[in-house]
Design a protein around this ligand. Structure first.
Ligand code: ATP
Ligand code: MG
Length: 347
């Protein structure tokens, strides 16, 4: 065995069946997708699970925050997976990309008797989107019958990792539409976590919902979706909502949260993370993370036997009422909303 390499034994058949692919997605930039992905993965590893982080965002913030410089391991990045898409690789070759992470000061969760699980990373690449698009084009022009397709190709690659990791956590880029990596991610995930930091992130939810819903119909799959308030702050205006909104057993004055809860009910997490100045420039995952309760709740949801599917339990008609409610909040937040007139130009 090569020095520094870490050999990982496959999981048991039962564990493989319970293995989960979780993607953190939201159209809005900066709403703590990467922070949520890392915190969730680290917490799961603390509980003893094996975790593979997949950085599908060409910004590669997840890899950077886990301590990987952009110039390190260029041959072991996600772009490589697509570059070699036409090559029929052996299982060993498919497994050779992710890197085991020796995370400093990493310890088991308080009260847990389990040893911390293995952590690994399939690092991001600024060429990831370009390479994914190039392999998609190669497949389209392929003369092989039946013609290979990108989503099944990606699923096959991810399924090999499922045999070794309990959780595969995919961090995604903002702006879904037109993003090849986000499209194929919806074809491999079991769970989508959608972090919401405020009104703007909530305004994008109807299009995210419809977009994923469309992919589920197209690919005949049923990923689930859960919403969570992260990096949120309380409203500075009063909507006069009568309903009580509790997050982490505390009353929270946040109309976006109330609106999400009323629309999506149980698909809204009961734990959330407030905006905290100390977290603003946090570079790495934290030992004692305020994202811990949320991570534990997500894990409980994903492993619960009565875990309903959002796309089966709800349908796109709820989005109309949701958008109307958000418009009311928007009007309140933007006290003097501008009006627009047809422009005319004088040559
Ligand atoms: N609870 C919090 N309070 C304050 N700042 C936070 C909190 N959570 C995360 N942050 C900070 O917010 C910034 C944006 O977070 P993050 O990079 O996770 O967002 P993102 O959705 O992944 O962004 P992008 O869309 O660019 O990928 C980071 O600097 C992060 O440290
Ligand atoms: Mg990010």
């Amino acid at each position: 065995m090569k020095k520094n390499s870490t050999r990982i034994e496959p999981l048991s058949e039962e564990e493989i069946n319970n293995s989960k692919v979780v993607a953190v997605m939201n159209n809005k930039g900066g709403c703590a997708k990467t922070t949520t992905s890392i915190a969730f993965g680290l917490q799961m590893a603390r509980l003893g699970y094996r975790v593979l982080f997949v950085d599908s965002d060409p910004q590669s913030n997840m890899s950077q925050r886990l301590g990987m410089d952009d110039n390190m391991f260029r041959e072991r990045r996600i772009s490589e997976l697509f570059q070699k898409s036409e090559i029929n690789q052996s299982k060993k070759e498919r497994l050779s990309l992710p890197l085991a992470i020796d995370y400093p000061y990493f310890s088991r969760a308080k009260g847990s008797s389990e040893k911390p699980g293995i952590l690994a990373l399939l690092p991001g690449s600024r060429n990831a989107e370009i390479e994914a698009k190039a392999s998609k084009d190669r497949f389209i022009n392929s003369e092989t019958i039946p013609r290979p397709e990108l989503t099944p190709f990606f699923k096959e690659r991810i399924d090999v990792f499922r045999e070794y990791f309990d959780y595969i956590v995919i961090d995604t880029a903002p702006a879904m539409e037109g993003n090849v990596l986000n499209v194929i991610t919806t074809g491999v995930v079991d769970e989508i976590v959608c972090p919401v930091d405020g009104l703007e992130a909530a305004l994008g939810i109807p299009s995210l919902y419809r977009w994923v819903y469309g992919k589920t119909v197209e690919n005949n799959i049923t990923p689930n979706m859960t919403f969570a308030m992260v990096k949120y702050h309380t409203d500075s205006f009063n909507l006069g909502y009568e309903e009580e909104a509790y997050m982490d057993d505390e009353y929270v004055h946040n109309s976006v949260y109330q609106c999400l809860k009323e629309t999506f009910g149980d698909f809204m997490c009961k734990s959330g993370v407030r905006e905290q100045r100390t977290l603003r420039n946090a570079v790495q995952g934290f030992i004692k993370s305020p994202y811990q309760a949320l991570s534990n709740e997500l894990h409980d949801r994903f492993t619960s036997e009565i875990h309903e599917n959002i796309f089966e339990a709800t349908d796109p008609t709820i989005l109309k009422i949701f958008s109307e409610r958000l418009n009311v909040i928007e009007k309140k937040a933007l006290v003097k909303k501008p009006t627009f007139k047809e422009p005319y130009f004088v040559l």
